[in-house]
Ligand binder design. Structure first.
Ligand SMILES: [Zn+2]
Length: 485
């Protein structure tokens, strides 16, 4: 099958992906970029059923499936924003996660963004910009995103001056928004999310809009909400509500609680400065009398994080104990407690306890990563080798996991495996779309291998992989350079 077909849009999925890769490279380098494995895992767990449903419904065609990245990048900004780039990258600011009250609300936003991508709205917009090269459009979108993060000043940049022209050209049309609503709604519902998430999320954004709070809600500038769109959503909910059987309240309690904890984590991670962290701790003391489990757990979670950032270990420990009792009997939420407890143990020189605590979590990415951090802290050779073996199969299936490659590189260094460390460091750069850096490092690994004869089977395998990766990265770099100019 030709990989460069263009469905009348003048831009093939492969070409669109190259633009997305360039944008992703900038996003990975942004100071706002957050590689928090705990939130990332959670967001991926919400996204995966949406992708599966979109595939089942034929919204994602095989060619698009292969060409696109389907990856969510997190930003640690407080602003309420989410976006999609050409080629299937998604951006999610922690501020948006922090204001959602259920996984269904988060799924609604992601499903809407996903549908902009599957309907190729960005490709269509770019095709309309005849006087601009697609790459310039990508740069413009990035500029608008960067401006949006600055809140008030950002809004001035976006609405004022010549940027206004760019902005109006880059806004999705009303028809596109309606289409993303309609298709996103179908995808989210088929994925098993409560359709009411769409209505409550839209309500939230609509109210923020009415309160003229859009400085902190850049999402509203790119997704204008009309009463008509609200009515559409409510109409669809009416249709679906009769068809959807009532979910068991007890069964949904754990996922609800887990979401609340992740929203609390998002809030804590996007709060910077001593004052903000002290406030998180103070709130735990104020709300000590609440009898709402979910609220109490979220408060304890955020307070524990605030206390850890303040290095107030006794308070962190107290809040973690409180959290542990509130999540008892709820496996998803319990796992989130274990992760946070492990972070506390790692921060307080109790890495051996962290390793033991995560015994059963090594098959989840965040658990694997935290265990890896424990093994690195302990410099325990047996544990490090065990981790290296676990990661090898993980990375075969997830070759674009930059964070895991980085940890793999650190582990290879700790076990004295130079060639493995050099390649993993190069792969980490490649995963973050810094292809020039990746190629440079991969060549350095190749040169090292030429000077130091392989002493193990591992090294021989590694060397042949490095040779083929050098060739792949060379052609990838060529493609990028030709699409940029
Ligand atoms: Zn939209």
């Amino acid at each position: 099958m030709p990989s460069d077909f263009s469905d009348g849009l003048g831009l093939s999925p492969a070409a669109e992906r190259r633009i997305g890769d360039q944008m992703a490279r900038s996003l990975y380098r942004d100071l706002d970029y957050l590689d928090d494995p705990i939130v990332q895992d959670y967001v991926n767990s919400i996204m995966a059923p949406l992708l599966a449903a979109a595939r089942a419904r034929g919204e994602i065609q095989p060619e698009m499936d292969d060409a696109y990245a389907w990856h969510v990048l997190l930003g640690k900004n407080k602003t309420v924003n989410a976006f999609a780039t050409p080629g299937g990258y998604f951006g999610l600011e922690l501020g948006l996660l922090a204001v959602t009250v259920s996984r269904d609300e988060l799924a609604a936003v992601l499903a809407h963004e996903l549908s902009h991508v599957t309907q190729r709205h960005l490709a269509r917009m770019m095709a309309q910009q005849e006087q601009q090269t697609p790459w310039l459009i990508g740069a413009m979108i990035l500029g608008i995103l960067a401006a949006a993060k600055d809140g008030q000043s950002g809004s001035a940049v976006v609405v004022g001056g010549s940027a206004a022209a760019a902005q109006s050209q880059l806004n999705f049309s009303r028809d596109m928004e309606r289409e993303a609503d309609r298709i996103g709604f179908g995808v989210a519902t088929q994925a098993g999310y409560d359709p009411e998430g769409f209505v409550t999320m839209f309500d939230k954004l609509y109210n923020a809009n009415r309160l003229n709070d859009s400085g902190n809600f850049p999402y509203l500038r790119t997704h204008p909400l009309s009463t008509e769109r609200m009515a559409d959503m409510q109409g669809r909910l009416g249709v679906k509500a009769t068809a959807t059987s009532k979910t068991n309240a007890a069964a949904s309690e754990d996922p609800m609680l887990e979401h609340t904890l992740m929203a609390a984590r998002a809030k804590a991670l996007s709060s910077s400065g001593v004052d903000a962290q002290q406030l998180l701790v103070a709130q735990a003391n104020m709300k000590a009398t609440t009898n709402n489990t979910s609220q109490a757990a979220a408060t304890a979670y955020a307070a524990a994080m605030g206390a850890m950032q303040l290095r107030d270990w006794p308070t962190a420990q107290k809040q973690l104990l409180q959290l542990q009792s509130l999540v008892a009997g709820k496996p998803l939420s319990q796992r989130q407690w274990r992760y946070l407890q492990a972070e506390y143990l790692l921060a307080t020189n109790q890495a051996a306890a962290a390793w033991d605590l995560l015994m059963l979590d090594a098959n989840h990415r965040a658990g694997m990563w935290l265990r890896g951090q424990a093994a690195l802290a302990l410099q325990n050779q047996a544990q490090l080798r065990q981790c290296l073996i676990e990661r090898r199969s993980w990375l075969v299936e997830h070759p674009s996991d930059a964070l895991m490659w980085q940890q793999q590189s650190n582990m290879a260094v700790a076990t004295g495996w130079t060639l493995g460390a050099m390649r993993a460091a190069a792969e980490s750069k490649a995963a973050e779309m810094d292809i020039a850096q990746a190629l440079e490092r991969m060549r350095a690994a190749q040169a090292w291998g030429a000077k130091n004869p392989a002493t193990s089977g591992d090294d021989q395998i590694e060397l042949s992989i490095i040779d083929s990766r050098v060739r792949q990265l060379q052609s990838q770099l060529k493609d990028l350079q030709s699409s940029k100019m």
